[in-house]
Design a protein around this ligand. Structure first.
Ligand SMILES: Cc1cc2nc3c(=O)[nH]c(=O)nc-3n(C[C@H](O)[C@H](O)[C@H](O)COP(=O)(O)O)c2cc1C
Length: 179
């Protein structure tokens, strides 16, 4: 049987470094993992880390000439068995809720029929803002699975809901989706 293919979208949140553990776990458990990053995500963690952990090139620029798949976003959308956005910023959640496709992550998700898992992580006031709540409600309506956020220590030092869900909970949700 061929490997299950998981596409991981990393967006620009402070918890982006935690996605490394998820990629490492999936690779170790014999899943094929392709990492996509927003430009802002690369402010928090370097693509080289994900390239090394996944053993595959990281896609950030869908217009790059050296992209192996042509057109990259459609090929990735079709081959994915599951797409996970972790961490998912308020910004990326808003884009997905309205179908705004201006980067590789939003294009792949919008072009795919694969199950989508969204793992929000942000400041608690951002998370509780009616706009973010309405956008998350819309993503649930699309059939996306939302994991977290949970209560925990945020970048501000405050303990509140906005913390990325536990890595184990996220990997469990991925495996459940693939079953
Ligand atoms: C230090 C720092 C930490 C940030 N952490 C978060 C975060 O955890 N969650 C979030 O939604 N936005 C966070 N932001 C804001 C996003 O980086 C910003 O909205 C960005 O445009 C997101 O782009 P993307 O969704 O395309 O990756 C942070 C910004 C800075 C400067």
């Amino acid at each position: 049987m061929s490997k299950k293919e998981i596409v991981i979208g990393v967006t620009g949140g402070i918890s982006a470094y935690k996605t490394c553990e998820i990629v490492r776990y999936l690779k170790k458990n014999d899943f094929g993992v392709t990492v996509l990053m927003s430009t802002e995500a690369a402010e928090f963690i370097g693509p080289l880390t994900f390239r090394t952990l996944s053993g595959r090139p990281v896609v950030m620029d869908m217009f790059a000439e050296n992209i192996v798949w042509d057109p990259c976003h459609i090929a990735l959308a079709e081959k994915a068995d599951c797409i996970v956005v972790v961490p998912a910023t308020a910004h990326s959640i808003a884009k997905l809720a309205v179908g705004l496709c201006d980067d590789i992550i939003s294009c792949v998700i919008t072009a795919s029929k694969a199950p989508v898992i969204i793992c929000p992580a942000m400041n608690d006031n951002m998370y509780n803002h009616p706009a973010v709540q309405a956008n998350l409600k819309m993503l649930k309506k699309f059939g996306y699975t939302i994991i977290g956020p949970v209560k925990g220590r945020l970048a501000s030092g405050k303990c509140a809901v906005g913390h990325l869900a536990d890595i184990a909970e996220i990997t469990r949700a991925i495996e459940k989706t693939l079953r």
